[in-house]
Design a protein around this ligand. Structure first.
Ligand code: ZN
Length: 406
């Protein structure tokens, strides 16, 4: 009896999820169109639509002609501007809190500085205080507040609710962060690794009809990645799938990496590595143009300035930038040959620099046959996902769960 009940609930959840996700992906659809797309009987479709309408998750929005005989069909749409979600993102030395409407429109976003190895419980308290204050002072209507999405750097525990290791962002390992936020805020909470959260948001906002596999490369202060197949983002048995930044690229004598090893890809090809290498050799003779651009001041050297100098022909800057692009492209070529992704999507400020992007794209052609040519492009949402990715984790979870809060 129990099993039968579970199956019915599971089926109901699945059908409701299919309707919500289709309305998100395609916009307004009639009951008839939805039923045919989802292989549901008209009776089942009528029942699901009535439930979702009653709960305020969808609404009826005018009618469209259904055939030549003058009949009209009512269009159903997601009420995603009348629902909102909260987001918390925790990185190294900084965090952010946000609220977005379920469709991704940002209501507020605030960054909060943190110490390295921030005390976990106090940090949750601090971020909850910021959320509460922002909610109270926000002039826009939140509608129905669904839940909280948390994105944290590092490795998520097997239960999906614990931060196993945040690589020094928080001071506590195996920290039950979802329980902690739920106790403070009283909203259901979901958790993901920060790069996977960015890819989730990219896929959600793209509304792609037939999702191809995506290898999503994020170059921030370090190098991270996430890999999706169809609608799912792979996590790996140890939840460390696609940690491309820590592939060893230098066998001996490489720079130490925060992961504890040395010679990782990140120590050569990350924006921070490019800047640090240039700072170390900054001089009138080795990096004449960069020296001039930075007024001889080591602290004024930024990654963008190094790339500007490289583009202007500065020999020292060129060597550093080109080595970074070539090393990164070698790692990506391994990805292409191993995983055969449909697309590589690049995310991060460094890809806004025309010199680095063009070097990387041209390096990708070296040593790759035509059969393995893989489209690689900058994310169409580049630099805009940080404000919404954490919060959207909860929207995605909510739709996939059929709009049911357990
Ligand atoms: Zn490393």
């Amino acid at each position: 009896m129990r099993t039968e009940g579970d199956n019915m609930i599971g089926l109901r959840r699945q059908n409701r999820a299919a309707v919500l996700l289709s309305l998100h992906r395609y916009g307004g659809l009639s009951r008839k169109r939805l039923a045919s797309m989802l292989h549901l009987t008209p009776a089942a479709m009528t029942k699901i639509a009535a439930e979702l309408l009653r709960e305020g998750l969808i609404f009826e929005d005018g009618s469209v002609p259904s055939d030549g005989a003058g009949r009209r069909e009512i269009t159903l749409r997601l009420a995603d501007r009348k629902m909102s979600v909260l987001g918390v993102s925790i990185g190294l030395g900084k965090a952010s809190v946000s609220a977005v409407r379920a469709d991704g429109t940002v209501l507020f976003f605030e960054t909060v500085p943190l110490p390295i190895r921030a005390p976990a419980e106090q940090t949750v308290q601090l971020l909850c205080d910021r959320l509460t204050e922002q909610i109270q002072s926000c002039r826009q209507s939140f509608g129905k507040l669904l839940g909280i999405g948390i994105a944290v750097r590092g490795v998520i525990g097997e239960d999906g609710r614990t931060v196993k290791s945040s690589f020094d962002a928080l001071d506590t390992e195996n920290f039950p962060i979802c329980d902690s936020f739920e106790a403070h805020m009283g909203y259901p909470t979901v958790l993901s690794n920060n790069v996977r959260a960015l890819l989730s948001a990219e896929m959600f906002l793209s509304r792609i009809e037939k999702p191809e596999s995506i290898f999503f490369l994020r170059c921030g202060s370090g190098i991270g990645a996430a890999f999706s197949v169809g609608d799912e983002i792979l996590e790996g048995d140890r939840r460390q799938c696609a940690e491309i930044g820590h592939i060893p690229v230098i066998r001996r004598g490489g720079k130490p990496c925060h992961c504890g090893k040395s010679g990782c890809l990140e120590t050569i090809a990350s924006p921070a590595a490019i800047r640090e290498e240039a700072q170390a050799i900054l001089s009138e003779t080795e990096t004449p143009l960069l020296f001039r651009l930075a007024n001889g001041d080591r602290d004024a050297v930024t990654t963008a300035l190094v790339l500007d100098a490289a583009r202007g022909g500065d020999a020292g800057a060129l060597k550093i930038a080109d080595r970074a692009a070539a090393t990164l492209s070698d790692a990506l070529k391994s990805v292409v040959y191993l995983l055969d992704p449909g697309r590589i999507v690049l995310y991060g400020e460094i890809f806004e620099h025309p010199y680095f992007l063009s070097r990387l794209l041209s390096e990708m052609d070296v040593g790759v046959d035509a059969a393995h040519a893989t489209p690689m492009e900058k994310s169409r949402f580049n630099l805009t996902l940080e404000e919404k990715a954490a919060a959207l984790l909860y929207t995605i979870h909510f739709y996939r769960n059929g709009g049911m809060i357990e």
